[in-house]
Design a protein around this ligand. Structure first.
Ligand SMILES: C[S@@+](CC[C@H](N)C(=O)[O-])C[C@H]1O[C@@H](n2cnc3c(N)ncnc32)[C@H](O)[C@@H]1O
Length: 423
């Protein structure tokens, strides 16, 4: 049954400077900087949520784990954690970030791989048969070097070390391709100064080694090395997490029709053979522009109003937003199923404007949670440092863009943290 929230006007809430972290360290601690990831959490925000809403040994879940920020912070704080993401690239990155390796052992493998570069002969790898899209993105020399590196990494038998090295290679793929470096959209830069895979791998892996050592040492010191921490390749709408088992959920759902994670991670997905068909892969992502056409099935009056207003302007976008709200309703149900009684759901979510219609995702979420017998105990408003999330949306395509143009509009200068309790 649809339920409308009384007196919800999030616009009137004042920005809470305690949650803005204006002076946050620019260098990321622990394993956070292993791999770029669009719209990833600010670790300080997760840290504060963990400290305020959980205690040691609690089980924390993140249903949109992305590159695993919640899980890394949970582990360092001695909380058990479980993460879910639909994206195999997210699963790989998170696996590497939550499993620190004995630094000496890792250094040995790093040296072995680096010394193998002397064996490389381009003619042995030039015809490597990967995927036609790989030929589109890479020069033949870089393709051969990456194929060589990939084969060396695949030969590593220790799964944790292999994941670590695969993450390093995955991170440098963009730098070594023709992909416009500053863009999350698949776009060729004809003038790009393309990195050499061996040099880029050496440099990035070195940085990762340092981070691994820092994380490993701290966890050993605090006796948290064995704290349970797990990532699953699953859909947030129907996970295998046990009912009533989770003390707190700390998560940030995807934004509506903005980032196409399937497109963004296609270089890794093709190289590592996670996908063959990009179009099919895209459909499982929530918030995608390419979602299946469904009707609105969401317990929020506000959601219906937004979709109806948008429908009079652009039917296709209205359907995408309707799909998004319907998916979010299913996620709300799943959160309710896995949380213990009195457990907290902490959701970080931003509003936006598409075709001049305000898409009040945070308020819709609040309505959904209320209709599912959650009690909203706190709503925090924070401003977002724009280096973490683009603040411009193209009014014609609805997508995020970096450059300001006549069509662009400011989005997400602020976001909300909803704290809801399962009652
Ligand atoms: C805003 S990002 C989360 C970033 C994360 N907080 C971090 O720090 O890296 C949203 C994530 O939702 C994931 N996602 C999209 N649809 C999903 C689905 N149906 N089930 C699970 N995860 C999904 C995307 O792959 C993406 O990693």
């Amino acid at each position: 049954m649809k339920k409308q929230l009384d007196n919800i006007s999030f616009e009137d809430i004042l920005v809470d400077s305690d949650w803005c972290f204006k002076n946050a360290r620019s260098v990321e601690q622990w394993t956070h900087g292993y791999h770029r990831y669009p719209a990833k959490f600010l670790p300080n925000l997760v840290k504060k949520l963990i400290e305020e809403y959980t205690k040691e040994d609690d089980l924390i879940a993140d249903l949109f784990a992305g590159c695993g920020t919640t899980l890394v912070e949970a582990k360092i704080h001695g909380r058990k954690s479980i993460g879910v993401d639909i994206n195999p690239v997210a699963e790989l990155i998170t696996k590497a970030k939550i499993n620190p390796i004995s630094p000496d052992k890792l250094e040995e493998w790093y040296n072995l791989i680096i010394s193998s570069f002397d064996e490389f002969k381009i003619e042995d790898y030039r015809d490597s048969n990967v995927h036609e899209r790989i030929d589109y993105w890479f020069t033949s020399e870089n393709k051969a070097k990456i194929a060589f590196l990939y084969s060396k990494i695949l030969a590593v038998r220790d799964g944790t070390i292999k994941d670590f090295l695969l993450v390093s290679l995955s991170h440098i793929l963009k730098n070594c391709s023709r992909w416009l470096q500053s863009s999350t959209k698949p776009q060729i830069d004809p003038n790009k100064k393309i990195s050499d895979p061996f040099a880029a791998f050496r440099l990035h892996t070195k940085q990762m080694l340092k981070k691994n050592t820092e994380f490993y040492s701290q966890l050993s010191k605090d006796r948290h090395l064995r704290t349970k921490c797990e990532i699953k390749l699953e859909d947030a709408r129907r996970t295998s997490i046990k009912p009533n088992s989770v003390s707190a959920i700390i998560t940030s759902p995807p934004y509506v029709t903005s980032y196409e994670y399937a497109d963004i991670h296609q270089l890794t997905a093709y190289w590592y053979e996670y996908i063959k068909d990009l179009a099919k892969f895209r459909k499982n992502f929530i918030g995608t522009f390419y979602s299946l056409n469904q009707e609105l099935g969401c317990d929020s009056v506000l959601a219906s109003d937004i979709v109806n207003t948008l429908s009079s302007k652009d039917k296709r976008t209205a359907k995408e937003v309707a799909n998004y709200f319907k998916d979010m309703n299913e996620v709300g149900n799943e959160m309710h199923r896995i949380l213990k009684k009195d457990g907290y759901a902490c959701l970080v979510i931003g509003n936006t404007t598409i075709k001049d219609v305000k898409i009040k995702s945070a308020e819709v979420f609040a309505e959904i949670l209320n209709s599912l017998d959650f009690k909203i105990v706190k709503t925090i408003k924070r401003s977002i440092p724009n280096k973490l999330i683009p603040t411009i949306r193209d009014q014609n395509t609805g997508r995020f863009s970096k450059l300001e143009s006549n069509n662009s509009k400011l989005v997400y200068p602020e976001e909300y943290i909803l704290i809801a309790k399962k009652v």
